[in-house]
Design a binder for this molecule. Structure first.
Ligand code: ADP
Length: 394
């Protein structure tokens, strides 16, 4: 399969896309249709010469936005479409060729991801209409974590909640954790041993990977569990909901909105969900920003230390995502909070490894566990999984 794969990440009001050739060196056409369904809908992208373009698409719905994406592909027709699907429940342990039974299963899982799966399904419906002849593949954020053992994925809740309602830990960002751990296993002399990965973007999660398999991860039933994120609280006392309801009269919807949209870096700093601004303001002496940075880094270190229990041996830690790839401050502070693990960060390598660079940050001659930065490539990985899924069908 040498023709490119079109990767689609469809949200309720946005569609991210990338046209990815089999040759990893070939330039990618990529972009984002945003504010879909509003008068301000637009398509922003990059052409093969790397030039940016913006196209107004007033009131465009998903199908019209996808049609505009298709028109922007400079006549290059994909051989398949790979869809990012947030939740695959327990049914999907790997990518799946989309047919009626797969669609039904994704619909059934929508109760576990009510904000995401219906939007992903809308994207599949629109691409099937536009490209009825092309194979379409679903690549799940949860699939990589289906290797978690029961002691890592079960909550200590009545058994029936798991057996009848699927209440368990699923984990997310699987495409990213899988990509960066396998890339590191390829680059490091240590190979596929025990790696801790930290995906730090607007959403943040950690993962323990042994021999290319996820053993535990910080996100759970929903992407709210675990680390402090841009606007998400991460872990709170499970008694918090009852407390806020009884003491402040807050409804479940209000509590859900506060924990998902008004908390995290934004809530702690009182300023912003953007780490660049948090770092600038913390440097300038803003106490809320300093606290946000302190809590953010401490929780990452605490999570990595906890997840190390899932590994028989620790070969190193891998940073990725917008913050993990670009913030020497966060990396330095997280590693400083783990002195008993025997990491040794080289300050110059830490400062220099930003803006898409990959590499090992260790001090010279260091023999202990390694520290790596690997820019994530979720779209490239989705394209690879799409090709892999189709191989037997060609
Ligand atoms: P998403 O999860 O939406 O894909 P990204 O992976 O792009 O998001 O990460 C976005 C985060 O990365 C933001 O908090 C942003 O401030 C942060 N970030 C980007 N560049 C830098 C930088 N140079 N220093 C610190 N944080 C950065």
């Amino acid at each position: 399969m040498t023709a490119p794969v079109l990767v689609i990440n469809c949200g309720s009001s946005s569609i991210k896309y990338a046209l990815i050739d089999a040759d990893p060196e070939a330039p990618r056409l990529s972009g984002l249709a945003e504010r879909i369904g509003t008068p301000e809908a637009q398509l922003k992208g990059k052409n093969s010469a790397g030039e940016s373009f913006t196209l107004a698409l007033p009131d465009a719905e998903h199908t019209q936005a996808l049609k505009a994406i298709l028109d922007s592909l400079e006549g290059r027709l994909p051989c398949a479409i790979g869809h990012r699907i947030v939740h695959g429940g327990e049914r999907f342990t790997e990518a799946a060729l989309i047919d009626e039974s797969v669609l039904e299963a994704i619909e059934r899982t929508a109760a576990l991801a009510p904000l995401h799966n219906p939007a992903n399904l809308a994207g599949i419906a629109a691409t099937r209409k536009l490209f009825p002849q092309l194979p379409q593949v679903a690549v799940f954020d949860t699939a990589f974590h289906q290797t978690l053992p029961p002691h890592a994925y079960r909550y200590a809740l009545p058994q029936a909640l798991y057996a009848q309602h699927g209440i368990r830990r699923y984990g997310f960002h699987g495409t990213s954790h899988a990509y960066v751990s396998q890339r590191t296993a390829h680059l490091s002399a240590r190979g596929a041993g025990g790696w801790l990965t930290a995906h730090l973007g607007n959403g943040c999660s950690t993962c323990a990977v042994w021999n290319d398999q996820s053993q535990d991860t910080s996100m759970g039933l929903t992407p709210l569990e675990g680390l402090v994120m841009g606007t998400r609280s991460g872990d709170v006392d499970p008694g918090l909901h009852a407390h806020l309801n009884r003491q402040l009269g807050w409804s479940l919807d209000k509590i859900d909105a506060v924990l998902n949209k008004e908390s995290g870096l934004l809530g702690l700093s009182g300023l912003t969900n953007d780490m660049r601004e948090v770092e600038e303001q913390a440097e300038a002496g803003h106490e809320g920003a300093q606290l946000a940075l302190d809590v953010f880094c401490y929780r990452i270190a605490k999570s990595l230390a906890a997840l190390s229990c899932a590994l028989p041996q620790l070969d190193g830690v891998i940073f990725t995502g917008g913050i993990g790839e670009n913030s020497p401050i966060v990396r330095r502070r997280v590693i400083a909070l783990l002195p008993h693990f025997g990491f040794a960060l080289d300050p110059a390598a830490n400062e220099a490894t930003i803006r898409g660079r990959e590499g090992k940050l260790d001090a010279p001659d260091h023999a202990g566990p390694e520290v790596w930065v690997i820019p994530t490539d979720e779209e490239g990985r989705i394209a690879d999984e799409t090709r892999h899924c189709l191989e037997p069908h060609q």
